[in-house]
Design a protein around this ligand. Structure first.
Ligand SMILES: [Zn+2]
Length: 390
């Protein structure tokens, strides 16, 4: 309809193209900026809605409406997304979107990462989408690229491809011969750093000397986790975690526990700790429970949880190793949106070793010998994941 209107106006000898253009953009935008790191952009205006993307602090976003405690975000896609008001500041209002301008694309590497550095006039929203276990797309929204002015430099053989998505947004795709080993987006002044961790390499002295692992004993302090038969989940989690740590250290890995003693740690505190330590692998240790007390002995076995495609293989290798080396049954490898496994770096999994709520299993899980067997099995799972993929 708009095209026909412009065509008719042009035919009549009057150039009203500017007027025609305004029909589309006659709404007011609120410019908001993220004030926290790891802010979720969601599918609808609810804290439980599916996550579309996560944004670091300092991202400039155009919002055209509000609902409940959320700003609606128009990324120019075929649907809207939502961001919680608590995670942003309002900066100003405008009648038209002013997209950021991409000035430079530089692709290079350092000892640990392959990096696409995008220099912009401002930091717009972005997304990281794992397209397979081996590939990730970085998409940059609300940004324009002037091909004639753009500076491009490529200083690495890493397989980055620069293209556009179906909505004309800049898309930088990374393909790897080996499975992804972590990726992230970082903001550095006016630059977006799209980072892909290089694959794991075995050490020359000790096999895992190039590996950093964070083990996360679930719960602690005022939060005991599941409590049954005079056993507290938090204690069993810590005992098993310490045993995993000493085994991994013998293989040369750098290993940190999110808590070394009985103390409370928030979920995001644990995730931030792993990020601070530049962990390659994050393993959260838990014991399972259930609320259906009548059927208390019916549930049993080991289950593992992951969120990102790249973490599936680690989850599955750990579970399979535990099943082979202990008497525990298979309770599934599950995709779940849990805070401790959502990060794309490190490769992250959560292990429910067994059911503390199941009398028979609770006896095993609290036995030091069995815990040793379990720790050994989890470490072999990590080794198998590395051996089969890198
Ligand atoms: Zn737990």
């Amino acid at each position: 309809m708009k095209k026909i209107l412009i065509f008719l106006l042009l035919l009549s000898g009057l150039n009203f193209a500017v007027f025609a253009d305004d029909i589309d953009t006659y709404k007011q935008y609120t410019i908001i900026k993220t004030t926290n790191n790891y802010v979720p952009l969601r599918d609808s205006a609810s804290d439980n809605a599916k996550r579309f993307s996560h944004l670091e602090k300092g991202v400039k976003i155009f919002s055209d409406e509000t609902k409940n405690n959320f700003y609606r975000v128009d990324l120019g896609l075929d649907k809207y997304y939502w961001i919680n008001k608590k995670d942003v500041d309002v900066t100003s209002k405008v009648l038209k979107k002013e997209p950021a301008v991409i000035d430079e694309i530089k692709i290079f590497e350092n000892p640990k990462y392959y990096i696409a550095k995008i220099k912009l006039t401002e930091i717009p929203p972005y997304n990281e989408i794992e397209t397979s276990e081996n590939s990730v797309d970085f998409i940059i929204y609300d940004a324009i690229l002037d091909k004639e002015k753009l500076i491009q430099s490529i200083e690495t053989n890493a397989d980055f491809k620069i293209s556009k998505d179906e909505f004309d947004n800049l898309k930088i795709s990374y393909f790897s011969q080996k499975p992804l080993f972590g990726h992230s987006v970082e903001i550095d002044k006016n630059n977006l750093l799209l980072k892909v961790k290089k694959p794991f390499v075995y050490g020359e002295n000790k096999p895992l000397e190039n590996l950093t692992v964070v083990i996360d004993p679930g719960h602690g302090g005022d939060d005991p986790g599941a409590v049954r038969y005079n056993l507290k989940e938090k204690d069993i989690n810590l005992d098993i975690s310490k045993k995993i740590k000493s085994r991994l250290k013998k293989l040369g890995a750098k290993v940190y526990l999110t808590r070394e003693k009985d103390e409370y740690k928030g979920l995001y505190e644990r995730v931030d700790f792993a990020k601070d330590k530049n962990a390659d692998i994050f393993i959260s240790i838990h014991q399972n429970s259930y609320s259906d007390v009548k059927n208390k002995n019916k549930k049993e076995g080991t289950s593992v949880f992951y969120y990102n495609k790249e973490s599936f293989k680690l989850a599955d290798e750990i579970k399979n190793s535990v099943l082979r080396r202990t008497s525990l049954k298979d309770d599934g490898t599950n995709l779940a949106s849990l805070a401790v496994v959502r990060a794309t770096e490190p490769v992250s999994v959560l292990v429910e070793c067994g059911y503390i709520a199941n009398k028979k299993e609770s006896e095993k899980l609290s036995d030091s010998k069995f815990q040793n067997k379990l720790a050994k099995a989890i470490v072999i799972g990590v080794k198998n994941y590395l051996r089969n993929n890198f």
